[in-house]
Design a protein around this ligand. Sequence first.
Ligand SMILES: Cc1cc2nc3c(=O)[nH]c(=O)nc-3n(C[C@H](O)[C@H](O)[C@H](O)COP(=O)(O)O)c2cc1C
Length: 192
Amino acid sequence: MINVAIIIGSTRPGRNGEAVARWIHDLAAERDDARFELVDLKDFGLPHLDEAMPPAMGRYDLPHTRKWADKIASFDAYVFVTPEYNHSISGALKDAIDFLYGEWHNKAAGFVGYGSLGGARAVEHLRLIMGELKVAGVGAQVALFLSSDFENFSTFNPAAHQTRAATAMLDEVVAWGGALKELRAGGAPAHT
Ligand SMILES: Cc1cc2nc3c(=O)[nH]c(=O)nc-3n(C[C@H](O)[C@H](O)[C@H](O)COP(=O)(O)O)c2cc1C
């Protein structure tokens, strides 16, 4: 059984991201093929990257980095729930990703974007970032539109087809997350 994090990529007061992430978590909780946990960036209070050594060195001096590293290392796969800010992900999510290195390697990820065009441009950026960190992004993707999956652009009320999209994404995350767990167990190079 693999462990999957559902990461809330927005820290803004009044954020839409929390309702989206809770919806994904509720859908995931009905499954028995993986364990799912909500991971809220707000709970980690990460500042802008303030480690002296680059994360690729694997030496973390600060308690907030170690706490974040331990949490991310404990998962086999991730579901990123990301807003779109200026056609990319939030600065908070980018910084949180940049803090770590080997903890991300050889794992799987699914993407849930939301915005005026389903967060599509943010997810495209995030896929590139994940590629650099050896995270395999699955193809099935959830694209939530502020105009049709939210009331007044703020109350989350997803269209029925979005549940099918989320289920397809979770199916792929669990399948790839399991395959990559075996790859890591077999000694895949993790820190090159
Ligand atoms: C700084 C900022 C930039 C934004 N830029 C975009 C954008 O480029 N494209 C888009 O579709 N929505 C954009 N939006 C609207 C967000 O998609 C919308 O506010 C969404 O609810 C943000 O997620 P959050 O509420 O979880 O923070 C932007 C919002 C903010 C706060």
